[in-house]
Design a protein around this ligand. Structure first.
Ligand code: PLP
Length: 439
């Protein structure tokens, strides 16, 4: 009996023990090979056991692994911050390092509130978000998350931050279609702002492409431009939660670049270290830092391990690897190929309702009736059956909650950015066998 994970297993049997990884493959204690078709939780974006990262890890450990951020700065953290400012759009030139995506979004929320306080607007301390979103599991991050299932147990402790509908064209919350809809989902944000009062709101947070709570739900063109304009008009900061979408995953360095929008703050995690070490970051624009640097001079956030040199050196090696092997461009190219293959599966199987996403962050939603888009009855447990059957066949895909109420069925397909076409063919062939068995 495994005792490490005190969570309900996704699979209906004991977890195998992972012992080895190589490129897009993982191997368990029996020697069985798995295609890491989801990069774990959309994390291992450069694949497993990359020599350059392992070497950077050892080299840094041979110098110093830990220093505390209020006593020293360190070279890897400074270099990493510089690299991130080169990668980031616009004036997002500052990095605040943390250890997980939840900490990155929660820190972004705190910095947004602090920004307004430093400017003398102490009442602006709410953060608006959307339903069908996930920003993390700690209480602040969960308050912002419109993930019905993950909120349920803790509702008495949470703020009511989700207040806008997601840009979910497949099941439009307004029963409309793009472009005739006139982007009602974006405009709804302004209605929510009016109801709550802009004078009470610090920021709006959104995942550029909705990951775990939607299955790569991608907004229509114009949506983020409209969102940014609404935020600016109402003097509200825009936080892009790029924990899942950032660092090349969608075929751009940051997913917001698909729509040419520059956020005020960006939360990063996952692909930032590609799983080699826990590190995450909140990127802060010059505009937001300015009153803080002029005022209290210190961001009121941080953790013991923030900006530790060991994790920073690893993350830096990952970013250099992505640059050297042009993996952002690879994600765009291989993602297009994978998308075509998944669309072919959609033509073969009635239960595939929608295929969506960008780059190598793709999602598939399953339905009982394709014409009517009727979801499966929750008891049929389709998502977990797909995940479990694929796992048995040696393919990892990530379960996502489809539907605004979280009761639908979807999976994320998000292999490491190093995947090759022949490997995509194998991934898709296993997925095809899996869907055939579950249908
Ligand atoms: N934000 C997004 C968009 C995520 O997908 C996740 C995790 O899945 C998080 C935040 C939380 O990150 P972490 O699990 O590293 O705390």
């Amino acid at each position: 009996m495994n005792r490490t994970y005190l969570i309900k297993p996704v699979l209906d049997y004991d977890y195998p023990t992972a012992v080895y990884g190589e490129g897009i493959y993982l191997y368990d204690h029996t020697g069985k090979q798995y295609i890491d078709g989801s990069s774990g939780a959309v994390t291992a974006s450069i694949g497993h056991r990359v020599k350059e990262v392992v070497e950077a890890m050892i080299a840094q450990a041979n110098q110093v692994s830990f220093t505390y951020r209020s006593q020293f700065t360190n070279e890897p953290a400074e270099k990493l911050a510089k690299k991130l400012s080169e990668w980031a759009p616009g004036d997002l030139n500052w990095s605040f390092f943390v250890n997980s995506g939840s900490e990155a979004t929660e820190t972004a929320m705190k910095i947004a509130i602090q920004y307004w306080q430093e400017r003398g607007y102490g009442r602006k301390n709410k953060v608006l978000s959307r339903w069908m979103s996930y920003h993390g599991i700690t209480l602040g991050a969960l308050s912002m998350s419109g993930h019905v299932l993950r909120r349920k147990r803790f509702i008495p402790l949470l703020e009511d931050f989700p207040s806008a509908s997601p840009p979910y064209c497949y099941r439009c919350p307004f029963n409309s279609t793009y472009p005739g809809c006139n982007l009602m989902c974006a405009k709804e944000l302004e209605t929510a702002i009016k109801r709550i009062g802009a004078e009470n709101i610090a920021a709006f947070i959104a995942e550029p492409i909705i990951g775990a709570s939607g299955g790569a739900v991608t907004p229509p063109d114009g949506y983020y431009q409209e969102i940014k304009a609404i935020c600016e008009r109402n003097e509200i900061l825009f936080i892009a939660d790029e924990v899942m979408t950032g660092i090349g995953r969608t075929g751009k360095r940051f997913a917001v670049e698909h729509w040419g929008v520059v956020p005020d703050l960006i939360a990063l995690g996952k692909g930032m270290s590609a799983g080699y070490t826990p590190i995450a970051a909140t990127l802060v624009s010059d505009r937001v830092m300015e009153p803080i640097l002029r005022g209290s001079k210190a961001i009121m956030a941080g953790h013991t391990y923030s900006a530790n040199p060991q994790s920073a050196a690893v993350s830096l090696a990952v970013l250099e690897y992505i640059e050297k092997h042009r993996l952002v461009e690879a994600a765009a190219e291989q993602g297009q190929y994978l998308m075509e293959k998944l669309q072919q599966l959609a033509n073969m199987f009635e239960m595939v309702g929608d295929v969506r996403g960008k780059g190598l962050l793709l999602g598939m939603e399953f339905v009982a009736d394709r014409l009517l888009k009727t979801p499966f009855h929750p008891e049929t447990d389709v998502t977990n059956r797909i995940v479990a059957r694929a796992f048995e066949k040696g393919l990892l895909v990530y379960p996502a909650a489809g539907g605004i109420d979280g009761a639908g069925d979807a999976v994320l397909i998000a292999p490491p950015l190093v995947i090759q076409k022949a490997e995509i063919d194998r991934l898709v062939s296993i997925l095809e066998d899996t869907i055939r068995e579950v249908e």
